[in-house]
Design a binder for this molecule. Structure first.
Ligand SMILES: Nc1ncnc2c1ncn2[C@@H]1O[C@H](COP(=O)(O)OP(=O)(O)OP(=O)(O)O)[C@@H](O)[C@H]1O
Ligand SMILES: O=C(O)C1=C[C@@H](O)[C@@H](O)[C@H](O)C1
Ligand SMILES: [Mg+2]
Length: 260
């Protein structure tokens, strides 16, 4: 055997070690999940991720392949998160609720914590139509927009582990709710009119709130919608005075309870 052949064999042995280590690592990730579930511990522990990152940084400080190894670990972490998400729920999470309830915020955090894909329905529809949502309403009417929502909710049923952040009015159409349910669990985020007002008061990109961007106007529209939102929901989470982490943890725990 010449040197080149020998190096190639050594490389193959290295790859085998990496595969074995990754299999072992993934099994440990699953054990950690099972342990947390068994002892009712929080599933989301962002401080642990920060600790792991620091440990890695210290260990790689003087390593000449630091950047390349970081890159690999970023992917390992991403895949660990996907494994955790798959273990918790093998379907999509559909977030509904009034404007400002936190659908986009919670979607982004879930995406960070579980490496889940996010579909912002309003944004995707506007991109595909090459038109803003208010322009779609003005040009083609609400029915046309709701049909696009229905179509997108059907399309999403071939995905898994995706967070679907619905437009504020999506749950108002019965057919949309039917298609939401086929995606996975429907989670309704709620907040008091005061909280919603505080969250939306400085932004002008919610045309439905034009002319009623005050606590009374929000409260009235919320009451009109309440029944339909609640009828659509598998899980209801109130978000008043809760951090994004608390809300996401509550969501995960409620999903665990539902699957038991
Ligand atoms: N739990 C929370 N605590 C404090 N602020 C929050 C919380 N959730 C959301 N917010 C803030 O409220 C505002 C509205 O949140 P977000 O855009 O996520 O709502 P949304 O439900 O997606 O609204 P829309 O239906 O209009 O898209 C944002 O500025 C966000 O940072
Ligand atoms: O609450 C609503 O009725 C709406 C909310 C937005 O997300 C958009 O989907 C649209 O402007 C309708
Ligand atoms: Mg949003």
């Amino acid at each position: 055997m010449n040197d080149l052949e020998m190096y190639r064999e050594q490389l193959a042995l290295c790859d085998d070690k990496i595969i074995d280590a990754l299999v072992e690592r993934n099994a440990i990730v699953e054990k950690i999940m099972a342990y947390k579930e068994e002892y009712g511990m929080p599933i989301l522990q962002p401080q642990q991720e920060a600790k792991q990152k620091m440990r890695l940084e210290e260990k790689l400080e003087d390593n000449k392949y630091k950047e390349e190894i970081y890159d690999v670990f970023r992917r390992i972490l991403r895949n660990s998160k996907k494994i955790q998400a798959r273990k918790l729920f093998d379907y999509n999470i559909v977030l509904i609720g009034f404007m400002g309830a936190g659908k986009t915020t919670i979607s982004d955090y879930l995406s960070t914590m579980f490496a889940m894909k996010v579909v912002e329905m309003d944004q995707l529809i506007a991109e595909r139509e090459e038109m803003s949502i208010p322009d779609i309403f003005a040009t083609y009417g609400e029915e046309y927009f709701r049909d696009l929502e229905t179509g997108l909710l059907v399309e999403m049923q071939s995905n898994k582990n995706t967070v679907i952040s619905c437009g504020g009015g999506a749950a108002l159409r019965e057919r949309n709710v039917e298609e939401m349910k086929k995606n996975g669990r429907v989670v309704l985020l709620t907040a008091s009119p005061q909280t919603i007002y505080e969250r939306v008061k400085d932004s002008d990109d919610r045309p439905v709130l034009n002319g009623r961007k005050n606590v009374k106007g929000i409260s009235e529209l919320m009451e009109q919608r309440r029944e339909k939102y609640e009828a659509a929901a598998d899980i209801v989470i109130n978000t008043d005075n809760k951090t994004v982490l608390q809300i996401c943890e509550e969501l995960v725990q409620r999903i665990i309870e539902m699957e038991e």
